[in-house]
Design a protein around this ligand. Structure first.
Ligand code: CP
Ligand code: NVA
Length: 318
């Protein structure tokens, strides 16, 4: 049975740990070629720098051939139904990576594809980002049980994926967001009910960041929300991550951002270029994490074996 990577909620804690381990393996062993002789379709309805480059380079490094398909080129839902795209692409390639607006279209693609499908961001979630983020936290010695991760800003797709990872590793996750910008209620309720992590949503960013190990932010206006940009700038005015806000966190707190950043809006240049910022480690780790996700899916799909046990890193440092 083919396996997809659509949501972190579909993974077990052990599978997530295996992804982090595999990310380590691939970062240090560039000679694994499970995609030799295979092609991977990259279907992108939205713009991208990090995700597109990391998948294209990742496929090449794994021995495969990436085919970039833009919305202008293939017109999912306009020129052709998503189900027909899935059928056709499955006959010619070995994997589909899709960045889409509507999560329902991703699910439709996955339902009709006979090859693995990877969620490269939808309006609902961004699981590939969070694999790289948690890996980067660990790289910087911040992945300890109960580590306090404070996300300042919109309860968007990135936050939804943070909530999903809260079911897999024990964190203290706090979202500081204005009223009306809460995350997806189903994802939030499920993560709270699981009880693996402590989860709080508050509207005061200054109270939220106290004693934080990680302060994270993202744009106030995500792709597809451009018409709301002026209203969002007003609503998020008090939610900028600046030196004053960051000074309330632990002195060795790290600053994270999935990028792209709108400097002087959600974050000041002083913070994003400052010594606590690890945003480019995060961005680089997208490549290694993406490769891990693809190898894992090929392994599941084709019965490939043997990359796993060489590194036995545990998810949490104690
Ligand atoms: N963080 C991220 O997904 O960046 P891109 O939108 O540039 O791919
Ligand atoms: N929330 C942002 C993330 C970009 C990587 C967006 O969806 O535009």
């Amino acid at each position: 049975m083919k396996k997809d990577f659509l949501s972190l909620a579909d993974l077990t804690a052990a599978e997530f740990e295996e992804l982090l381990t595999l990310t380590d393996v691939l970062k240090t062993s560039p000679h694994i070629r499970p995609l030799a002789g295979k092609s991977v379709a990259l279907i992108f309805q939205k713009p991208s720098l990090r995700t597109r480059v990391s998948f294209e380079v990742g496929v090449v490094e794994l021995g495969g051939h990436p085919i970039f398909l833009s919305q202008e080129g293939i017109g999912i839902g306009v020129r052709e139904k998503a189900s027909d795209v899935a059928e056709l692409v499955s006959r010619m390639t070995s994997m589909i990576v899709a960045r889409l607006y509507d999560h329902a279209v991703l699910l439709e693609l996955a339902r009709h594809a006979t090859v693995p499908v990877i969620n490269a961001l939808t309006d609902l979630s961004h699981p590939c980002q969070i694999v790289a983020d948690v890996y980067t936290m660990r790289q910087h010695g911040k992945l300890k049980p109960g580590a306090k991760v404070v996300f300042v800003g919109d309860g968007n797709n990135v936050v939804n994926s943070w909530l999903e990872v809260c079911e897999l590793i024990p964190l203290h996750f706090v979202l500081a967001a204005p009223k009306g910008y809460e995350p997806n209620p189903d994802i939030l309720n499920r993560a709270k009910k699981r009880g693996v992590s402590v989860i709080e949503i508050i509207d005061d960013p200054y109270a939220a960041v106290r004693d934080a190990d990680v302060v994270y932010t993202d744009v106030w206006t995500s792709m597809g929300q451009e018409a709301e940009s002026e209203r969002r700038k007003r609503d998020f005015a008090g939610y900028q991550v600046n030196v004053q806000l960051l000074s309330l966190a632990k002195p060795d707190c790290i600053f994270m951002h999935c990028l792209p950043a709108h400097r002087e809006e959600e974050v000041t240049s002083e913070v994003i270029d400052g010594k606590q910022s690890i945003v480019f480690d995060q961005a680089e780790n997208r490549l290694h994490a993406q490769k891990a996700i693809m190898v894992k899916l090929m392994e599941e799909y084709n019965g490939l074996d043997g990359y796993r046990s060489r590194h036995s890193a545990e998810v949490m440092e104690h």
